[in-house]
Design a protein. Structure first.
Length: 379
């Protein structure tokens, strides 16, 4: 077996929900349970344990069963799927929404349906692994531009625009990068795409529910067209499952031709019901996202005042660059020792030499947790 550098080795750790709104209890066989405040998960709004969402899921289990028992095109479609697709479509002002069991699968499906071996794909260097897997599976030719670097993006696009291809180019980016906390200027990217007759796909996994007008993400309401977006219910929505949103024709193509949609068991009804309940809560409380963003900005300033580089971005993900892998792990341990759960993100998830602490602000985090964080970082 290949020897792995101990500072790069991954370990599975198990957590249970604690009593406090943002508490996760690390259940370690050797040391016993340890309660930690969650500065690590993507459950930004704490919806995974919201009573209305739990109730919606419980009711769906009773009425529809645990699983759908079939794919959407055989016996798996339930009224709750249609209700969720239609309500998401109206919320995001998209003709059609199709549900998937996970964001990874939705991204794979999206790229495989929008690109083939004749397509030139231009993608941000730091896009999620699921999108890279989709590009590889599609057989498309990939050109990567430096992270959020529009000058480089335009340069690549211009350099290749003279090549005649059977399909128009596809551009892929994310609206909130999960390991950087950064956001590209989506409107500008969409304008450039329109000018060069390129189609644009944006992964909105981390922005939906938190960023943009009323938490509708950063692709909502833009002037230039965006061919398709993906969203997941595994992050701000607090559940599981995902969706693609696009125009009627593109959705019909997916439904007719996409194996990742046709040949998989439909999203479990309790998860669809949970996602619909989460959507309704987000609609009714769109200040939640705004509050998180303000808390994020305050924390960015405090981290800077504590002597660290200011974490970039506007959302709830704050990435503190450390560099060496072991140093990032040591800081993670120091924070755990004072009761805070923040995870060290290391290569290959991020480029070599850029290990970091990924801090995530959650709605239920008590102010004392952030004071403890700053005091520890200041040492
Ligand atoms: C940017 C991005 N897209 C897609 C996914 C996949 O979503 P899911 O967890 O629903 O499979 C993730 C989650 O890791 C992600 O961070």
């Amino acid at each position: 077996m290949q020897r792995i550098d101990p500072a790069l080795q991954r370990k599975l750790r198990t957590f249970r929900l604690g009593k406090e709104p943002s508490e996760l209890v690390l259940t370690d066989m050797n040391n016993g349970p340890k309660g930690l405040l969650d500065l690590a998960s993507n459950d930004y709004l704490g919806l995974s344990r919201h009573p209305e969402i739990i109730k919606a899921a419980q009711e769906a289990i009773i009425s529809e069963g645990i699983g759908a028992g079939g794919s959407r095109l055989i016996t798996g479609s339930r009224p709750i799927h249609h209700e969720l697709e239609s309500e998401l479509g109206s919320w995001l002002n998209r003709d059609r929404v199709l549900l998937f069991p996970s964001g990874f699968q939705a991204n794979l499906a999206a790229v495989m349906s929008l690109a083939d071996r004749n397509t030139l794909v231009f993608a941000d260097r730091l896009i999620h692994n699921s999108l890279l897997v989709g590009i590889k599976a599609s057989g498309a030719k990939l050109k990567r531009f430096a992270h959020n670097d529009l000058a480089h993006f335009k340069e690549l696009l211009k350099a290749h625009s003279t090549q005649s291809r059977k399909t128009s180019p596809l551009v892929i980016t994310e609206s909130l990068f999960s390991m950087e906390g950064t956001t590209p200027p989506v409107q500008e990217i969409a304008d450039i795409c329109q000018k060069h007759q390129a189609r644009l796909f944006v992964d909105e996994a981390h922005a939906l529910g938190v960023l943009g007008e009323k938490g509708k993400g950063l692709c909502y309401g833009l002037d230039s067209p965006i061919e398709m977006i993906s969203g997941t219910f595994g992050k701000a929505f607090g559940g599981g499952g995902a969706f693609l949103a696009c125009n009627t024709q593109t959705a019909e193509d997916l439904l007719q031709n996409c194996g990742a949609f046709k040949y998989t068991t439909a999203l479990a009804p309790p998860l669809a019901a949970a996602a619909l309940a989460a959507l309704r809560l987000i609609k009714a409380n769109h200040h939640w996202g705004v509050d998180l963003q303000s808390r994020g900005q305050v924390l960015r300033s405090r981290i800077e005042e504590a002597g660290w580089p200011r974490p970039p971005g506007i959302g709830p993900i704050l990435s503190v660059l450390i560099g060496p892998n072991q140093a990032a792990l040591d800081l993670q341990q120091q924070l755990e020792d004072v009761g805070l759960l923040c995870v060290a993100i290391r290569p290959p998830t991020v480029p070599n030499g850029t290990a970091r602490l990924r801090l995530v602000i959650h709605k239920g985090l008590p102010p004392e947790a952030l004071n403890t964080l700053i005091n520890t970082l200041a040492k």
